[in-house]
Design a protein around this ligand. Structure first.
Ligand SMILES: [Zn+2]
Length: 275
């Protein structure tokens, strides 16, 4: 096991609190060897981080995290070693970003109907032109004093099935798996301990899923043991990362703190389609 890699990291390009430059700086200070930038539905943060880390001992792996539909609800797929400017990938991501703006706007309208108007300009300002997400809305709610923190915003209003929740348009996981592959990348199922293992895991595996995110801050030791067994059964690569979005409410910085099997990066690289 090694703590010198983190394969699940967000930046301000999506809903992270730190810029790609700040994340790279911290990863270098912590002596990391590999860092995968996996922003939600954009590769802009990865592109920036790669440029910044050039010439340093840190290798930044271009990644992306994409939500897809499953019989149990939404699940997240992580793509690694994608060409971050591949036209098929960019087309898919641009469509999803446009849909995000519509959806978050619809949720803001629900909040207004519930007596909690948030200034839409502020929400957009917080996202600074990058990929919009529910955390931006949650942070605006905190600012307006409707909730004490982001967690309360999700628990009471924005989470699945809560009063201001608006579901996403369904996204076929097979399409996303095939676009990640077309962009030269390899796909991993994100935090299945938190979102639950989808019943169609075998279907995803047949459609090209190559890995399972076993090591994640939300996973208990039991989750890890169970997921390791499943990874072995399907010959899926066990991966891991901190799912870093910035310092936690307690000020803790989890970047690079999840122990991940040392050869994970080589194994992922080996499974990428040849370009
Ligand atoms: Zn994530």
């Amino acid at each position: 096991m090694s703590s010198r890699l983190d394969l699940h990291v967000h930046t301000t390009a999506s809903d992270g609190l730190w810029s790609p430059a700040r994340v790279v700086q911290e990863a270098l200070a912590r002596g990391l060897r590999y860092l995968a930038i996996t922003d939600h539905e954009t590769t802009r943060g990865a592109i920036e981080a790669i440029a910044i880390a050039r010439g340093t001992p840190l290798e930044v792996i271009p990644g992306v995290e994409i939500s897809v539909s499953s019989p149990e609800g939404e699940i997240d797929l992580l793509g690694y070693f994608v060409d971050p400017t591949h036209s098929d990938l960019l087309r898919l991501l641009e469509g999803m970003q446009a849909e995000r703006v519509e959806r978050i706007h619809a949720m803001a309208e629900r909040l207004a109907q519930l007596g909690m108007p948030v200034p839409w300009e502020r929400v957009l300002e917080r996202a600074r032109g990058d990929v919009l997400g529910r955390p931006h809305l949650a942070r605006a709610m905190v600012e307006q004093g409707y909730v004490a923190d982001e967690a309360e915003a999700f628990r009471r209003w924005l989470g699945h099935g809560r009063p201001a929740y608006v579901p996403r348009r369904p996204v076929d996981p097979r399409e996303v798996l095939s676009v990640i592959r077309a962009a030269g990348g390899v796909s991993v199922l994100a935090h299945p301990g938190r979102s639950g293992l989808p019943r169609n895991l075998e279907g995803l595996w047949r459609a090209g899923l190559a890995g399972l995110e076993v090591f994640h801050p939300d996973h208990s030791p039991d989750d890890i043991a169970r997921l390791m067994a499943i990874a072995r059964t399907y010959d899926l690569i066990p991966t891991g990362g901190s799912d870093f979005h910035g310092p936690g409410p307690d000020g803790r910085i989890l970047l690079g703190t999840m122990p991940v099997p040392a050869h994970t990066v080589d194994r992922l690289r080996e499974r990428c389609p040849r370009r």
